[in-house]
Design a protein around this ligand. Structure first.
Ligand code: PEP
Ligand code: MN
Length: 264
């Protein structure tokens, strides 16, 4: 494996890959104006500055909730502005990118679109960070080359996201590939975050997987949370309650303190 120079990606006044992990959180889908304002208000008090919220959803079933689209995007952008947060939104098509990417801070390419090369090339023309999720069936090489589709078009701000892969195990939604964290950071030099929510599919596994990801060197994490997880219109079973997310952030704070003490 050739060792690459480490790259950092700026998001507002924050930097991914600086050694200080960044927290990204929010609902799987923006469901209403009140809901996203409430979540943004709680998360911002916990120190989360990157707000995710799906507006255009890539659902397995065409009969499942597909997101609020442009309406949801408006709510998300306004809520983020009110609480001084930055937005992360997934786009599914080049048309959506062209129409809406100016409005968001970070573009997300989901697992199902990692192999959509025209969409990746269009991301390469953007002037903003792109989170490239690993396809659930992708090898490291395929994922690496997908990132090159964006980089080679001129956008240096690619953030890799390990979100679990499909294995023979069916008890969990996917299997979080922890090996990907140090391996892909070394191989590509790109910052890498972990999404333990889609990896596990079960909310009780989200905190321990997050701790493991950070211990393995992840530059941040993206977690789905909801004010009433059991009522979430998408990915309900994996959504953390805001209270449980807060508890996790407290544990993470203690871990960080421990490390500082040891270093001093
Ligand atoms: C999501 O982030 O809500 C999502 C659909 O993720 P993935 O593409 O990893 O399934
Ligand atoms: Mn989701």
């Amino acid at each position: 494996m050739t060792k690459r120079k480490r790259r950092r990606v700026k998001i507002g006044d924050m930097e991914l890959g600086s050694g200080r992990p960044l927290m990204m959180a929010g609902p799987c889908s923006v469901e209403s104006e009140a809901m996203i304002y409430h979540i943004a208000s709680r998360l911002s008090k916990m120190g989360v500055r990157l707000l995710r919220g799906g507006c255009f959803k890539a659902r397995t079933s065409p009969y499942s909730f597909q997101g609020l689209g442009e309406e949801g995007l408006g709510y998300l952008v306004d809520a983020a502005k009110k609480y001084s947060m930055h937005t992360i939104v997934e786009f599914l098509t080049i048309e959506q990118l062209e129409k809406y990417s100016e409005l968001v801070d970070v573009v997300q390419i989901g697992t199902r679109n990692m192999y959509n090369y025209p969409l990746l090339k269009a991301c390469g023309k953007l002037n903003k960070p792109v989170i490239l999720k690993r396809a659930f069936s992708a090898t490291y090489e395929e994922w690496h080359l997908a990132s090159e589709y964006i980089l080679s078009e001129g956008n240096p701000d690619v953030i890799l996201c390990e979100r679990g892969i499909r294995t023979f195990e069916v008890a969990t939604r996917n299997t979080l590939d922890i090996t990907a964290v140090p391996y892909m950071k070394e191989r590509t030099g790109l910052p890498l975050i972990v999404d333990p929510s889609h990896a596990a599919g079960l909310r009780e596994l989200v905190p321990p997987l997050t701790y493991a990801a950070l211990a393995a060197g992840a530059d941040g994490f993206m977690i789905e949370c909801h004010e009433a997880p059991e009522k979430a219109l998408s990915d309900s079973r994996q959504s953390l309650s805001l209270d449980d997310f807060e508890k996790m952030v407290e544990v993470l704070g203690c871990m960080q303190d421990l490390r500082c003490k040891e270093r001093d």
